[in-house]
Ligand binder design. Structure first.
Ligand SMILES: O=C(O)c1cc(=O)[nH]c(=O)n1[C@@H]1O[C@H](COP(=O)(O)O)[C@@H](O)[C@H]1O
Length: 274
């Protein structure tokens, strides 16, 4: 079953929320955990258990695991395995991008089912050109996985490049969104190739209807709201996956409080269903 179809089923059953698993040192401290691989594992496993059955997708941010070296990567592997065993889709936030042959190695690392770090989907950066992402997109489609391409990011620096125009007079972001839509053109139902569009971008003239999922970070800690998402996406809001990390994780360490915070966020975004 394609990633798009699996995602649509997960959203139908558990709502459209994606919760980020971002073990910031400050959050580890607030949870009474040490900034170590041990603290990291306690944090990540509590989050996985609290969100299982409540949210469609979890999005571990690889950097917070990588900063603990090989022990952190081992925790990431166990976190991914535990979440998938509990039926939660895992979108690994790695924002990779490189020349094609190296991109293939990254794609093998994350999107081939036989890899120790195989996940349901990854985030990628199109800075090396959309064609450089083909190994990710082809590998994902061959193995029923997904890819989310950065298009209009939530950070204030994003417009410097993303609003710039290319040689053919299109914006960079528009070029990315069109390429994503083209990749989804043959999909039945929701496509497996997504785009990342922040809730903090204000407004855009770009066509956000890419026939695939739209990962929308920037909610809560970065200031984006449900109303922003409704205004920015219009009819494309039906494909939005709101993504929240700190605002939900701040409710920990108790699993019940985490679960309730995720539920409240999911309910707030149910308005997009209507
Ligand atoms: O790809 C992402 O997830 C992402 C894209 C983007 O434009 N902005 C953005 O904040 N993110 C990620 O989304 C998460 C946001 O975290 P909070 O601000 O705590 O909700 C972080 O893991 C970011 O790396």
């Amino acid at each position: 079953m394609t990633f798009g179809t699996r995602l649509a089923e997960a959203v139908a059953g558990r709502g459209r929320l994606c919760v980020g698993i971002d073990p910031h040192p400050a959050l580890l401290d607030a949870w009474g955990l040490t900034d170590s691989a041990f603290g990291l594992e306690k944090f990540a496993m509590a989050a996985v258990e609290a969100f299982a059955g409540t949210v469609a997708v979890v999005k571990p941010q690889s950097a917070f695991f990588e900063r603990h070296g090989s022990a952190g990567i081992a925790v990431l592997e166990r976190t991914v395995t535990a979440a998938r065993e509990l039926g939660t889709l895992v979108l690994l936030d790695v924002k990779r991008g490189d020349i094609g042959t190296t991109a293939q190695a990254y794609a093998d690392a994350y999107l081939r089912p036989s890899s120790p770090l195989a996940v349901d989907a990854v985030t990628v950066s199109p800075y090396l050109g959309m064609g450089s992402l083909d190994p990710f997109l082809d590998t994902a489609l061959a193995h029923d996985a997904g890819v989310f391409v950065l298009a209009l990011t939530s950070n204030p620096e994003g417009p410097q490049f993303q609003h710039a125009t290319t040689a053919d007079g299109r914006t960079v972001a528009g070029t990315v969104l069109d390429a994503v839509a083209t990749r989804n053109a043959d999909a039945e139902g929701l496509g497996s190739i997504g785009a990342v569009v922040g809730a903090t971008i204000g407004e855009t003239r770009e066509n956000l209807d890419v026939a695939g999922p739209l990962l929308v970070p920037g909610i809560g800690a970065q200031g984006g709201t449900v109303d922003d998402v409704r205004r920015i996406f219009g009819p494309a809001a039906r494909n939005v996956l709101p993504s929240i990390s700190r605002e939900v994780l701040g409710a920990g360490p108790e699993k019940r409080a985490l679960h309730e915070a995720a539920q409240r966020a999911a309910e707030a975004f149910a308005v997009l269903d209507g």
